[in-house]
Design a protein around this ligand. Structure first.
Ligand SMILES: [Zn+2]
Length: 184
């Protein structure tokens, strides 16, 4: 696994821990979660302070090229939050198509006992939260019940279970990255 370095804080880690910046053809700065954009890339943590530091002209010149016109840090953070939300929705839709997602509280609790992971909507009612079995360690999704239901083609869904280790890992990681950027 190649090691990447955040150009904001110099923390090292694997590529999945960062988003990627690249120069776009018009002299601006493009951002992506993966590594598809062509040309030289630079990596950055999902943190407001790192985005602010990364976009300093001196940093961009060293990591990408001279003379780029960087976006405002808040604007780039909003773009990254949008990409993370999109990715989370894509992961849920993929899990639904694959048949490893179980919506609804009772059915989800049964899946939990069988080794599934609980996922909760951000606007799940407090009373419903109290019914979560102790030790479940659910993933808090940054999506509302209505948004989750919309992805599955049904009414509002507050509790789901996921049974797929690799999707579960990425879902939890992306949700945490979005929270770290203040997008929960
Ligand atoms: Zn950083």
């Amino acid at each position: 696994m190649p090691v990447r370095t955040c150009i904001g804080c110099r923390t090292k880690g694997e590529a999945e821990a960062f988003f990627r910046l690249a120069a776009d053809p018009s002299g601006g700065v493009a951002a992506e979660l993966g590594g598809r954009l062509p040309g030289r890339g630079a990596h950055c943590c999902f943190k407001a302070a790192c985005i602010e530091a990364a976009l300093k002209p001196k940093n961009l010149a060293r990591a990408l090229q001279e003379g780029l016109k960087p976006p405002a840090p808040a604007e780039l953070a909003e773009r990254i939050r949008g990409l993370l939300r999109q990715r989370l929705e894509g992961l849920l839709a993929a899990a639904w198509r694959k048949g490893v997602l179980t919506p609804g509280r009772e059915a989800a609790f049964r899946e939990l006992e069988a080794g599934g992971k609980l996922l909760l909507a951000r606007d799940l009612a407090e009373a419903s939260r109290r019914a979560i079995p102790p030790g479940a360690e659910p993933v808090e999704l940054p999506l509302r019940m209505e948004e989750i239901g919309g992805l599955l083609g049904r009414g509002p869904v507050g509790v789901l279970a996921l049974r797929d280790a690799s999707l579960e890992g990425e879902l939890a990681r992306r949700a945490a990255q979005l929270r770290s950027l203040g997008g929960a």
